[in-house]
Design a protein. Sequence first.
Length: 226
Amino acid sequence: MLRTIAVAIVMALLPATLSAAPPATAPTTAPAVHAANQPAAATAPMVKSPEAARARYESLVRKAQAEYLTDLKTLQQQATKAGNAKQAKAIDEMTTAVQAADFGLPAPVDFHPTKLAVAANADWQSAGPVRKGEVIEVRAAGTWCVNVNTREEATCDAAGMQVDGTPVNTQQFAILMARIGNRFYAVDTGTRIVADEDAPLEFRSNDWNTGDNDGAVMVTLSRHHP
């Protein structure tokens, strides 16, 4: 009788016990991490202009080049100390090649070229001062006339023409000329000039009788220091 009552009590309490106890295999959940608490991802500095982008690129390349040269110097010293003349010579040749290489650096660019209309009926026309060593890329487009009385035959581009009116690509009559100080340059439709001195850069047609001329060629100048 007592045994029957005990079993009945245990059976009555068992569901309550099971519902109160957590399951043995209940999964645990990690505390949530808010986005505000996560470290921010590193971002590259803002580039505000093409010039700034080029400067950063050149700085990184030059730094890598300097580190490479330092490594080669160390290796050459080790080879010399070890009496390995062959390896020391090879490293010396590598060093020379590295110093001469540009490592893919882009050619200097003038991001703000200037334009000047050079008239056929005027004397020397200034494009402003230049500095010694400055490199000027010159391009000329359009046509001018060097004798309005025979316009059809006397109209040409900056490459000029022969006296008989035949266009040519040599240093001839009506070619576009440039001057820096006392030095003259035959520009044609395009050339590169390296200034030999600090002086004004000037342009004109290679026709010293400008009274019967008209028209102009458009000159575009891109300038940079080497």
